[in-house]
Design a protein around this ligand. Structure first.
Ligand SMILES: Nc1ncnc2c1ncn2[C@@H]1O[C@H](COP(=O)(O)OP(=O)(O)O)[C@@H](O)[C@H]1O
Ligand SMILES: O=c1ccn([C@@H]2O[C@H](COP(=O)(O)O)[C@@H](O)[C@H]2O)c(=O)[nH]1
Length: 207
């Protein structure tokens, strides 16, 4: 490892269900997981153990205050200084941290992903390459409905209710306006081969 160089910080933002994780996985596979420290902002949702389970589901998880962004900023700074960090493990079914952590070792690339990562100036200024995955809201909603029922223990009714009360309004207030800070906007995310080739080429040229 060449410790004289500061790691490159690549950030992938976009609405819920836009394809951020899919794009992040393509970057991981093509640049190589051995060269990437991956930090999903989702892992930094605040601890809600003080709230009864029924009330946790009613929290606005799409507002910037629901995330411990200051801890993510600390972790990026530590990785940039070639120090390992302990990533919290979050459970989307119970809306709480599990109490476990996963050790993330410093690598040449720090990859950060999340709906709100361009909405916070202190976080944004740490990024070298900013990518926004842009997908129509009807497609994003359908993907979210399918995923939240299959993987996050939700019902159709609860997904629709959450989408209308918090996901959609917060997307319009925070996520969509943050698109202006992107260096690259990728329509249709993980299946956009041309855009992904260009992003990977740029990352390789900076490494
Ligand atoms: N371009 C695409 N075409 C079709 N399905 C896609 C595409 N990109 C992502 N998906 C699917 O949509 C769902 C949400 O994608 P994901 O990458 O998890 O989004 P996000 O991380 O932004 O919430 C997943 O089931 C994924 O397989
Ligand atoms: O406890 C939680 C925490 C978050 N959410 C929702 O997750 C999405 C962000 O994840 P994506 O993978 O980008 O979809 C966000 O819109 C929150 O509403 C949740 O439902 N419960």
């Amino acid at each position: 490892m060449n410790y004289s160089k500061t790691p490159l910080v690549v950030a992938i933002a976009g609405g819920s269900g836009s394809g951020k994780t899919t794009v992040a996985n393509v970057v991981l596979q093509r640049v190589g997981p051995q060269r990437i420290s991956f930090l999903p902002h989702d892992a930094y949702y605040r601890e809600l153990t003080g709230l009864p389970p029924a009330q946790r589901a009613l929290v606005n998880f799409d507002h910037p205050d629901s995330l411990e962004t200051e801890l993510l900023i600390d972790h990026i700074q530590q990785l940039k200084n070639w120090q390992a960090v302990d990533l919290p493990v979050y459970n989307f079914t119970t809306h709480s941290r599990t109490g476990e952590t996963v050790r993330v070792e410093p690598k040449r690339v720090i990859l950060v992903e999340g709906i709100l990562i361009f909405a916070e100036p202190k976080l944004r200024e740490l990024f070298d390459i900013k990518i926004f995955v842009d997908t129509d809201s009807d497609i994003r909603f359908i993907r979210r409905l399918q995923r939240d029922i299959a993987e996050r223990g939700r019902t159709t009714e609860s997904v629709v209710q959450q989408y209308l009360t918090t996901v959609r309004p917060m997307h319009l207030e925070f996520v969509e306006p943050s698109k202006r800070y992107a260096d690259v906007i990728i329509p249709e995310g993980g299946l956009n081969a041309v855009a992904l080739d260009m992003v990977i080429a740029r990352i390789e040229s900076l490494l």
